[in-house]
Design a protein around this ligand. Structure first.
Ligand SMILES: [Fe+2]
Length: 388
């Protein structure tokens, strides 16, 4: 588990921890980076699964935190919510999330909406601390994390990369970039891919090649579910941000389809929308379910206008704040639910069972077929190039 915290003054990058409150028999030392305060970064472990650890940072006696490590087998529960921000709506979303007994939070981009005003990154950290100190928060970047300022700040993602360091250099297929990475949970039963909508994704780029290798390494006999997160949705029938994810979809959709990725979760559009299984714009029983869950509660408000009529592949859409939960129940089934902030906790506004594509014989990957498809795609591209 990686613990990251910020102090105003110099302090040791040390985390002391143990399984009993107030007792810290173990300790681990990490590194400190200076950027808008001192950012301390310590990886603790090894740890037991499904265990609550109590810990303190920089030997600060006044504050004890605790986290629960994820289970090493199924069932496994994710909370997924994008475009969180730090408004009254955000607070309400976090209250609802806090009431869930989840194992890990996934965030498909747009965290603090600091938009280059650095103190807002600090206030965001304070806002999410009660939850982010207690469970792993796995995030990928949105457009609000870019923070490039003409003439003043040429480097993109400077604050994001410094403050929200993800395990991109760990695991079986390190990506080398904090902007995209993957990891496995529940003893390898679920493979999670965090993609970067705001870094190069075309064929031949570093992200594309890494994704290709990452997908190739997945053993679907062992990994029941593969899910991916992006910021800008690849399927979207909201008037907001229409078409913004199309380029990335055209570049990478075939890779995810070939690996039988089960679901793709996006943010960016401040509303909720769930699609059927789709591929290349059409319903396809072996394509991923696409969900937009960008309704965390940011200051820009809701995206209320949807395209009329509702496309056939769009099953449910609504502009309300809320969060989603993905309960991977067993090797064949996962239950996706959307929880509206306006409702009492037990109410589920939308739900769908997602069956593992690895367990569907009709979607078994035919490698010969895929190779032929790849050759055809290559020929089509070459022809298009000639045409230009
Ligand atoms: Fe966004």
């Amino acid at each position: 588990m990686r613990v990251t915290w910020i102090t105003k003054d110099d302090a040791r990058a040390v985390v002391e921890y143990g399984t009993t409150s107030g007792k810290y028999p173990f300790s681990q030392t990490g590194t400190t980076a200076t950027y808008s305060g001192k950012i301390h970064d310590v990886v603790v472990g090894s740890l037991k699964p499904s265990t609550t650890y109590y810990y303190r940072c920089s030997s600060d006696r006044s504050r004890e935190f605790s986290f629960r490590t994820p289970p090493s087998s199924l069932p496994f529960e994710f909370v997924i919510v994008g475009d969180l921000g730090q408004t009254g709506w955000t607070k309400k979303t976090l209250q609802h999330v806090a009431a869930a007994d989840y194992d890990m939070l996934l965030l498909p981009g747009d965290l603090s909406y600091a938009d280059t005003f650095q103190p807002l990154w600090d206030s965001y950290g304070r806002l999410v601390e009660p939850l982010a100190s207690a469970r792993p928060w796995m995030v990928t970047e949105g457009n609000h994390e870019i923070e490039k300022i003409p003439l003043l700040e040429p480097q993109s993602f400077k604050a994001y990369n410094a403050r929200w360091r993800m395990p991109y250099d760990a695991g079986a297929s390190p990506s080398g970039s904090n902007l995209y990475y993957s990891f496995e949970v529940a003893g390898g039963a679920v493979h999670v891919i965090m993609l970067g909508s705001y870094t190069d994704y075309e064929a031949g780029t570093a992200q594309y090649q890494w994704l290709q290798g990452d997908l190739a390494r997945i053993d679907r006999a062992r990994t029941s579910f593969v899910v991916a997160l992006v910021h800008a949705p690849w399927y979207n029938s909201n008037e907001a941000h229409r078409g913004e994810g199309d380029e990335m979809r055209d570049a990478m959709e075939a890779l995810l389809y070939g690996a039988r990725v089960d679901a793709v979760f996006a943010g960016h559009v401040h509303a909720y929308e769930r699609f059927k299984r789709v591929y290349r714009g059409m319903e396809d029983p072996c394509g991923p379910v696409h969900v937009t869950i960008g309704d965390g509660g940011n200051r820009e408000g809701l995206a209320e206008e949807f395209v009329d009529p509702q496309p056939k592949a769009s099953v449910f859409r609504e502009a309300s704040f809320g969060h989603g939960r993905l309960q991977v129940v067993n090797a064949t089934h996962a239950l996706w639910t959307w929880h509206r902030n306006d409702d009492d906790q037990p109410v589920v506004a939308d739900q769908a069972w997602i069956a593992s594509l690895a367990a569907n014989p009709a979607c078994r990957v035919n490698h010969r077929q895929l190779t032929l498809e790849k050759i055809k795609e290559h020929q089509r591209r070459a022809k298009r190039k000639q045409g230009h």
